[in-house]
Every structure is written in C-alpha cells, then in structure tokens.
Write a protein that binds this ligand. Structure first.
Ligand code: CDV
Length: 323
C-alpha cells in the first residue's frame, strides 16, 4: 500500500548576527506557508536555524554566549511558528541551540538539538547531535573558528519514532558523514531521516577538500539512504554568513539513493517531493534485509575501537603509513 507524504526541504540563506529572532522566525513562517501552498505535510528546517552559526567565534562572555541558546521550546519567539504550523496542519523539524538544567537544577547542559513537531504542534521527538566537529580551544590561526566541541556536549544517540505514517529519525550536520548514524536508525526500521546542516565551503584543517564540499554532501546522504532503505532529507543554512561561505544543495533523497528534489540557490528556497514511504520496503526486504544478511559478529570492532590501530609492521613492507 502506498504511503505518500509530501515533504519540503526548507533551505535558509544566511542569518547574520544582527538578525534578531523575530526576523528569523518570520522567515521560517514564510517558508512554512510557502511549503504548505506547495502541498507539504512536513517541513524540514536546517541546523541551528534561529541564529547565525555562532561556533565560528570564540566567545568568552557567558551572557553573550547564552543569548544564542533557547531555554524553552516553544519559547516567546518560536511560539508563532508552532501556532502557524498547527493552524496549517503541517509538521516540522527544527534545529536550535538548547540550554537546559538537569533535574536537580544544578548543572547546565548545552546541546545542538533538533525537534520533530507533529501536525498538532506537539514535539514528538528530540535529537541531540552526537558527532560534534571542530575544536574546544581557541585556534586563532583559523580564518574562522568551529567551536562546537566547546559550546555543546554530545547527545546520547539516535531514537526513531513512529510519526507522519512512517518511522522517522533525525541526525544533525556532521552526523551525516558517519555511516553509524544511519545504521543505528536503520536498525530501528527508519524510513525517513531528517538532517539539517551548516557546512562552510572552506575547511581550515584540510583546504584541499574545499572544492569537494557539495559532492561529499550528497555522496554521504545518498549512500546512507540506499544502504538503509530510507528517505533522507538534508537541509542547509547556506550562503555567505558573517564572511563565511556555506554550501547549499538541500535535497530529498529516495531509498534508491537518487535525488528526487534539490535546491539550486544559496538563499531561502523550498524543494518539495511526494515521497512514498512504502518505497523503503523493497530495499528493506531484499538486499538490505538486515535480519537475513547482517553479520554482527564481524562488526565488533566498530563499537570496541574508536581510532584506527594499524596492523603490525611487516619486514616485507617496511613503509610506515601516516594514518
Ligand atoms: N555544522 C557542522 O557539523 N559542520 C561540519 C563542518 C565543520 C565540516 C560538517 O560536517 O558539515
């Protein structure tokens, strides 16, 4: 039985530091309304999409840093988005910086978070980014910082939920480069993975990768989709933000691994596709029937080892690889 779901990738152009929350939320509401007019039932927004991408700065003042985080969701600025989505009966996925205190009220936690909101405005799933890229200390030699390791702590992992007539999971930006993220969701039968991202064109530690940013973006998400028999929706915050150029390429990928819709600008733009979630089934029942074909005994190293350990050196091949 077909299970059609009309999904919109709601790409954002840059958000500058001077852009206040109400202005940004107005853009999100416009995208939501535009997507609804195109028939969308679920709208996917990017990572950290309520502010500029603040990990590009080393910020020592606590109050200045805290201003980039949300303490409540919905909060005073975002309530409007929830209300409009409920009025239109559209669900959405939204990325933001989350600041919370633990249950004893003592310790403050900071996460790079995405939420999934159903058509009645209820948060049905929350995901906290696991793979935090970049560095924890100020590195002034870089053209811009990438201080996610300083400003966030890693989340506990990926939990899929039943929503929108299928099985839905989320990942955030750098997670999309790691096959483990998709496979953990794949092992929960995921049919739709929602991923927001902020990806600078320039990679300070490896500038030789700069020309490949768009290619790698699609490569990893198309592989994740096909290898797990799932749709993947990748959504950028793109364009030149505070002097830092970021890739676009927001897209919707079918379980075939093919792109079915794609943004072509680096500005606010909507790409829509009618996704039949049942298309996942033929992959999950054949080449990627996990229960029938996976061999976990051979994968133990994946969870027991973090970094690579090379085989012992051999007299017949004395070269020392640099890995
Ligand atoms: N926001 C990110 O996670 N960005 C990383 C960059 C630093 C490479 C990414 O994987 O796109």
């Amino acid at each position: 039985m077909p299970r059609p779901l009309v999904i919109a990738a709601a790409q954002l152009g840059p958000i500058q530091r001077a852009h206040a929350r109400p202005e940004v939320v107005s853009r999100l509401v416009s995208l939501l309304q535009g997507a609804h007019a195109m028939g969308a039932q679920l709208v996917v927004f990017p990572e950290l999409c309520l502010t500029t991408f603040f990990p590009r700065w080393f910020i020592e003042d606590r109050a200045e840093l805290d201003a980039f985080y949300e303490r409540r969701m919905p909060g005073p600025d975002t309530q409007r988005l929830f209300d409009e989505a409920r009025r239109l009966s559209v669900g959405f996925c939204l990325g933001y910086a989350e600041l919370c205190e633990d249950e004893e009220g003592g310790t403050v936690h900071r996460y790079n978070t995405s939420i999934l909101v159903d058509t009645s405005g209820r948060i049905v799933s929350k995901y906290r980014k696991v793979h935090l890229p970049g560095h924890a200390e100020h590195e002034p030699w870089r053209r811009f910082q990438h201080l996610e390791k300083r400003y966030f702590e890693p989340g506990p992992g990926w939990t899929a939920v039943r929503a929108f007539g299928g099985v839905v999971g989320m990942a955030i930006c750098n997670d999309r480069r790691w096959p483990e993220a998709y496979r953990v969701l794949g092992l929960q039968g995921v049919e739709l993975v929602l991923i927001g991202y902020n990806t600078p064109v320039h990679n300070p530690p490896a500038p030789e990768h700069d020309r490949l940013g768009d290619f790698h973006n699609h490569l990893v998400m198309q592989a994740g989709a096909y290898q797990n028999g799932t749709y993947v929706v990748g959504v950028a915050k793109a364009g030149e933000e505070e002097g830092c150029e970021m890739i676009g390429g927001s897209c919707i990928i079918a379980p075939t691994g093919e792109l079915v819709a794609q943004c072509v600008t680096r500005d606010d733009e909507i790409a829509v596709a009618r996704c039949d979630l049942d298309l996942c089934t033929s992959y999950k029942r054949s080449v990627f029937d996990f229960a029938k074909h996976r061999q976990p005994h051979a994968y133990r190293m994946i969870v027991e080892r973090t970094g690579a350990i090379l085989p012992p050196s051999s007299p017949s091949d004395p070269t020392e690889p640099s890995a």
